[in-house]
Design a protein around this ligand. Structure first.
Ligand SMILES: Nc1nc2c(ncn2[C@@H]2O[C@H](COP(=O)(O)OP(=O)(O)O)[C@@H](O)[C@H]2O)c(=O)[nH]1
Ligand SMILES: [Mg+2]
Length: 276
């Protein structure tokens, strides 16, 4: 039982909880990266829990803060899936993992290496593509990301693949450059294929900064889901729940390692219980 388990056990039966216990609970909620808003909401629910135990109120509030939106991937095909997020969060790795998951589910997938600002990023996706036997469309060095994405969308259509997964760039000189570029990638792809998902990759180890990132992306593009990565490390992973509670964007996938199979659909109950 972690720190959380101990404090939850103590406050089961609120009559026995002391001021110090409540403080300990609040500290544990913040340490789990749930953020001040969600932690505050949980504290209110736990303190006012009567018949129900305080620890049950914590779990219930976490569940009820989650989005009602579907966590399933869009079944509209052919369709394009844009994978977006800040550099280093795990976009390229998650693009590869997601393609493998869809292929294993019987879909055909084409990958587009649209982070053309870094040669290493294109190479990284091509290497994954070779390993998992999925074709990767890329441009010449320094190609325009939108032109690579457009070319890939046309090929996806011509080959009658189910999904095109576009690995995008995460860093530009300015935030508005990055958002303009993403908007352009989306517009050109839409000339060929509907963009059925825009998935934001959030690194669980970045803590509350993840919420700031999510807000910035959500202002510019219509995010349809979150991929939370690196929950295999020391990160508690509460940041993903904080983002979902704050922005209403459903977590769809969880990355829990560097391997291709370290990836699974988000299961709220299991995630919450491992967090606690
Ligand atoms: N432990 C762990 N590492 C991950 C996970 N996802 C990605 N990584 C690692 O994080 C680093 C950055 O990933 P990458 O896909 O290149 O990020 P990008 O810059 O957003 O494309 C790489 O070393 C990946 O192997 C994960 O779920 N768990
Ligand atoms: Mg990358």
């Amino acid at each position: 039982m972690g720190l959380f388990g101990k404090i939850l056990a103590k406050i089961t039966g609120t009559a026995h909880a002391s001021a110090a216990d409540w403080e300990e609970l609040e500290a544990a909620l913040l340490e789990a990266d749930l953020g001040p808003d969600l932690a505050g909401k949980i504290m209110i629910a736990a303190r006012s829990a009567k018949s129900e135990s305080a620890s049950q109120a914590v779990i219930t509030t976490l569940h009820s803060s989650l989005s009602d939106k579907s966590r399933e991937m869009s079944t509209e095909r052919p369709g394009a899936i844009l994978v977006v997020g800040v550099n280093g969060t795990g976009k390229t790795t998650s693009s590869a993992k997601l393609s493998k998951a869809l292929v294993d589910d019987g879909q055909s997938v084409l990958l587009a290496a649209a982070d053309t600002f870094r040669a290493a990023a294109v190479e990284q996706l091509r290497t994954w593509g070779e390993r998992i036997d999925i074709d990767v469309i890329h441009g010449a060095g320094n190609a325009d990301p939108a032109s690579v994405a457009f070319d890939a969308a046309q090929q996806c259509l011509a080959r009658k693949d189910d999904y095109l997964i576009v690995d995008t760039a995460g860093r530009m000189h300015t935030k508005s450059d990055l958002m303009d570029q993403l908007g352009k990638v989306k517009r050109v792809v839409e000339k060929v294929l509907p963009v059925v998902e825009i998935l934001l990759v959030v690194d669980a180890t970045t803590g509350q900064n993840g919420l700031t990132q999510a807000k910035i992306f959500a202002e510019s593009v219509d995010l349809t889901g979150i991929i939370v990565t690196k929950v295999d490390g020391s990160a508690p992973g509460g940041i993903a729940l904080a983002i979902e509670a704050s922005l209403g964007i459903p977590i769809k996938w969880v990355g829990n390692g560097e391997g291709i199979g370290d990836f699974a659909p988000f299961e709220p109950a299991a995630y919450i219980s491992s967090l606690l």
